[in-house]
Ligand binder design. Structure first.
Ligand SMILES: *Cc1c(COP(=O)(O)O)cnc(C)c1O
Length: 379
């Protein structure tokens, strides 16, 4: 069986988790702080704040910006549903715009058309790890006085060239970037998330909000020789990461550069193996982007049926997934008025499939996937 994905977790992570357990401090504590420092250094961010997952990171980002009822937030429908749900958690209105069919990322021209006086923020997704056009989106956000938030759930280790320099995603290039460490992403802590920002005040708010609005963290009280009484200054949440997760995350971060180069090699190999198939659309990487290839997505020729191809591959022991979902087609968003055409989003969901890609994948596995796909497409 060739699975769609597989995390790379080994003795290093197991040893780190064991050490955290035996340390006696298992909730948010010193390992979380160390993971935040390591992550900030790796992506070149001033501040990094760890949380329970990327959905809660996105919720905190919008909450810290005081986004709420009456506000509009522009994002892609063509994304995991968390990108839209976080907007609804705040009582704000998601405004969906279409994607560029080559990169599966939000189209800056469509974003510009969707801006209204109520627009407060843009949530730009680096879909499947492919950096979106941050130069265009950043300029647009500045011009209209709206905040750019990066949903970088899939993009740990991806890079973008901005002003002639290669930067890691997460520096961030908007106001805030949000990451996920779910096992389906390139590095994992089981569940986990991270917010990065250059704004010290936003970082302070994230730290307050992730811990019930508590004025003094328990780590500080624990270490204090004096009795300290804490206050609860805002309505916050429990969005903490645990020290067990963070200790695993630190080991995963050490692997990240190697994992990304391995995935990039696997992606180019797919591109070689799948070249010259009539009507098969291979993924496109702009020359200013270096994806971590969280997923390798191909769009099938119009003549073949997505489900049939996927089933035929599954019958041969090869797992695939259909194209990224569209939130506007799901029940919670059924009533959403989509003023903007989402045709490319729907076509991508209905005609794309994601192929298996993980660090442990062998040359034989890849050849098997490519051969099976070629056979299904009649070449
Ligand atoms: C996975 C994912 C999320 C949610 O991440 P969690 O850590 O599972 O909450 C959000 N946005 C996108 C684009 C994702 O792929």
């Amino acid at each position: 069986m060739i699975p769609i994905a597989m995390p790379l977790l080994a003795e290093d992570e197991a040893d780190a988790a064991r050490a955290a357990v035996l340390s006696g401090w298992v909730s948010q504590g010193p390992q979380v702080s160390a993971f935040e420092r390591d992550f900030a250094v790796l992506v070149g961010a001033e501040h990094a704040c760890a949380v329970s997952n990327c959905t809660t990171a996105l919720h905190l980002a919008l909450t810290a910006l005081d986004i709420g009822a009456g506000d509009e937030v522009i994002t892609a429908s063509h994304s995991f549903i968390a990108s839209a749900n976080c907007i609804r958690y705040c009582g704000a209105t998601p405004v969906f715009v279409d994607i560029d069919p080559d990169t599966y990322n939000i189209d800056p021209v469509k974003v510009a058309e969707a801006i209204t006086p109520r627009t407060r923020a843009i949530i730009a997704i680096h879909q499947m790890g492919m950096p979106c056009d941050l130069a265009a989106l950043g300029a647009l956000a500045n011009r209209h006085g709206v905040v750019l938030i990066e949903d970088a759930a899939c993009a740990a280790g991806s890079q973008i060239r901005i002003n002639g320099e290669w930067d890691r995603i997460g520096r961030p290039h908007g106001a805030i970037a949000c990451f996920s460490f779910h096992p389906r992403k390139v590095i994992t802590t089981g569940e986990g998330g991270m917010l990065t920002t250059a704004d010290a005040e936003l970082d302070r708010k994230f730290r307050l909000l992730r811990q019930h609005g508590m004025s003094v963290p328990d780590t500080v009280r624990h270490g204090s020789p004096k009795v300290i009484f804490e206050d609860y200054v805002v309505v916050g949440f429990n969005y903490r990461m645990t020290d067990i997760q963070a200790s695993i995350g630190r080991k995963q971060l050490e692997r990240l550069p190697e994992l990304v180069s391995r995935r990039r090699a696997l992606a180019s190999r797919y591109t070689e193996l799948l070249g010259n198939i009539e009507g098969l659309h291979l993924p496109f990487e702009p020359d200013w982007a270096r994806s971590n290839w969280q997923s390798y997505c191909v769009r099938l020729p119009g003549r073949v049926e997505q489900r049939t191809v996927m089933q035929k591959l599954l019958d041969q022991g090869i797992a695939t997934r259909r194209g990224i979902m569209c939130s506007h087609r799901e029940a919670p968003y059924a009533g959403t008025v989509c003023l903007h055409d989402l045709r490319q989003s729907e076509l991508a969901q209905d005609h794309a499939i994601l192929l298996p890609l993980y660090a442990q994948m062998t040359e034989d596995d890849q050849v098997q996937v490519a051969t099976a796909l070629r056979a299904e497409l009649g070449c």
